[in-house]
Design a protein around this ligand. Structure first.
Ligand code: ADP
Length: 379
């Protein structure tokens, strides 16, 4: 008997990613990218198909389902569907089967996380309507960090704000959970510093597979410098930008989320590949800031672990760029980490100098597989 497949959906502001799994095996993957500009449907192993310029997420979703149907993957045959939701607040700390009652509860998170959850929730709502017989299961990026202590999850502001939910949630948790499970299969040591370096960047301090601390906070702005986001900056600067520069809240939000980071510093691109291949001093400065900030943030997590026994790199930059990994590891040599240049250039699973170093791993991000695992464990 063939196993019924599990589908996964991962929606962001300009893309919807989808994958079909049988057990651990990914049978097909597809995405609609550049929604809002030159949207196109990309089914893995096939040429991209341009979509109408004006397509919104709902039409993109149906184009995705139709495109996969034409390749022999019918959503109606799915056993269940897993969805990535970035923010579960303090309430949702485990994957959740969604029916209308849960959907109503989740809608409240739209207000808590207006920039994060809307697209994922819209897709769940649409699939509940169009495919009412298929279980829809939501998985939350924040859930992995629910094991952080109060010290790791608080900001030093009065209690009344903490109780209202102004606290460090942390993000990228679905990938950190995936990395933890993979590291376990490789018998990695217990205290790991994990780098998720993509368009969004964060780090987690993980002990025995559990999150002890993380660099992103209440929002996805804190911690490491990112493609277009600042990461950690002086809060006094925000007061000055509002008071002395007269920025509106919208302008400030745009500046911090979309005009800063690698793009803002280089004045050129938010893509690390462009900056690494440029001789422009500003591009080189942005890269140096990025690797220094990554090492600085790594050190900020050490007190939550006592020490770091291993490093793991993931995300588009973390798994893609040997030079960025090398430059970060060089700055952490005092902790006992040394890179093996040829293993690093070959992007091996282990890139440490085995004679003289604690283990350093490179593992590609795979949120889809973690979503599928959660769904299979629930059904
Ligand atoms: P997201 O956070 O949107 O999931 P990814 O993890 O896919 O993003 O990371 C995308 C970013 O990774 C790109 O913007 C680019 O800067 C960077 N990137 C991808 N491949 C490489 C590479 N081979 N070398 C350096 N940077 C890369």
């Amino acid at each position: 008997m063939t196993q019924e497949p599990v589908w996964t959906f991962n929606a962001g502001s300009s893309s919807i990613k989808c994958a079909v799994f049988r057990g651990e095996q990914e049978c097909c993957a597809a995405q609609v990218e550049a929604i809002g500009s030159s949207a196109r449907l990309q089914i893995k192993g096939h040429d991209p198909i341009p979509l109408d310029r004006g397509v919104k997420h709902q039409q993109a979703l149906h184009a995705l389902i139709q495109g996969l149907n034409e390749k022999g993957f019918d959503l109606k045959q799915a056993k269940a569907v897993g969805h990535r939701l970035v923010h579960g607040g303090t309430f949702f700390q485990k994957p959740l089967v969604i029916a209308s009652k849960q959907l109503a509860e989740l809608q409240k998170l739209r207000n808590l996380a207006p920039l994060h959850n809307g697209y994922g929730l819209d897709i769940i709502e649409e699939l509940l309507l169009s495919f009412p017989d298929i279980a829809q299961i939501a998985c939350f990026d924040t859930a992995f960090h629910s094991t952080m202590s109060e010290v790791a999850s608080r900001f030093p502001i009065p209690d009344q704000y903490f109780e209202k939910g102004y606290r460090r949630y942390g993000f990228h948790g679905i990938n950190y959970e995936y990395l933890s499970e993979e590291l376990k299969t490789h018998n990695a040591p217990s205290r790991v510093l994990a780098f998720h370096l993509g368009n969004g960047c964060s780090m987690a301090a993980i002990e025995n597979g559990l999150s002890k601390a993380t660099t992103m906070g209440y929002s996805t702005l804190d911690g490491l410098m990112m493609g277009t986001r600042t990461g950690n900056i002086d809060p006094g600067l925000i007061i000055a930008l509002l008071r002395d520069e007269g920025l509106t809240i919208e302008q400030l939000e745009n500046l911090l989320y979309r005009q800063s980071g690698l793009l803002g510093m280089s004045g050129m691109s938010n893509d690390m590949r462009d900056l690494l291949s440029s001789n422009e001093p500003k591009a080189q400065m942005a890269v140096e800031y990025f690797v220094t900030q990554a090492a600085r943030q790594a050190c900020s997590l050490i007190p939550y672990l006592g020490d770091a026994d291993a490093l793991v790199f993931s995300g588009g930059i973390g798994a893609g760029s040997s030079i960025v990994r090398e430059r970060i590891i060089e700055k952490l040599a005092f902790l006992g980490f040394n890179v093996d240049k040829s293993a690093n250039d070959a992007r091996a699973l282990r890139i440490d100098d085995i004679k003289s170093s604690k283990p350093i791993y490179v593992i590609a991000a795979n949120e889809e597989k973690m979503l599928a695992r959660h769904v299979m464990r629930m059904i």
